[in-house]
Design a protein around this ligand. Structure first.
Ligand SMILES: [Ca+2]
Ligand SMILES: [Ca+2]
Ligand SMILES: [Ca+2]
Length: 217
């Protein structure tokens, strides 16, 4: 109910500020694949970036900062309010904060790692399922137990981690297809491609289904 109220507030603020949303501005955030960790802010998930004021919780304060910068000319009053990094502060940013509402910083540091992910396998993805993979890195110094954590895409396809520990500073690739699990590679064993090539959303939940990470590409 609280989230519905927030979304309603977002829509009201947006309509009050600018009339009907400008659909022409809607565009997907393009994922960039790297061979090493990038330093660009685009590597930080929109979930974390929704904490505009950096106080480790996404709440009305963050929403108000985006609203205060709504459609402001560059330089923005609050540059961090451009959640999706498209150089405009608009309805997309408000919605991203609203859909992250009540998120708290996790006590661990498992993040989606676009630089070691490959959502578009070479050739036909359905014929090369083991070559389609997403990647998570542990940016903390200590190991993290990911046993029975969950991954899902925007359509609700779900994967549950087997007994697995990700060492501090390490990363793990989750392949869509079949293979032998190791410390660096896990295999979903799914019969079809999961990750859209152009845009999708990666959700990571802990063992209690609390959202840890959400990354839109
Ligand atoms: Ca905040
Ligand atoms: Ca934006
Ligand atoms: Ca794909």
């Amino acid at each position: 109910m609280r989230r519905i109220s927030v979304v309603a507030l977002v829509v009201l603020v947006a309509l009050w500020s600018s009339g009907a949303p400008d659909v022409s501005q809607a565009r997907a955030v393009t994922a960039r694949f790297h061979t090493s960790p990038p330093s660009s802010p685009s590597a930080v998930s929109t979930l974390r970036r929704s904490d505009v004021n950096g106080d480790c919780v996404v709440d009305i304060l963050d929403l108000s900062l985006v609203a205060a910068s709504y459609r402001a000319p560059y330089p923005f009053p609050h540059a961090q309010a451009d959640i999706n990094g498209d150089n405009a502060i608009d309805l997309q940013d408000l919605v991203l904060v609203a859909t992250s509402y009540s998120w708290h910083c996790p006590t661990h540091s498992i993040m989606f790692a676009p630089w070691c992910s490959q959502t578009d396998a070479p050739g036909n993805d359905d014929a090369h399922l083991a070559d389609e993979f997403i990647c998570f890195q542990n940016s903390d110094g200590s190991a993290a137990d990911l046993t029975e954590w969950h991954v899902r895409d925007q359509y609700g396809n779900r994967y549950t981690f087997p007994p697995f520990t990700l060492a501090g500073g390490a990363y793990v690739r989750l392949h869509t297809g079949v293979g032998n699990n190791s410390n660096t590679d896990l295999y979903w064993g799914y019969p079809y491609a999961v990750w859209n090539n152009s845009s999708d959303v990666v959700y990571l939940y802990d063992q209690d289904w609390l959202l840890v990470e959400r990354y839109q590409y």
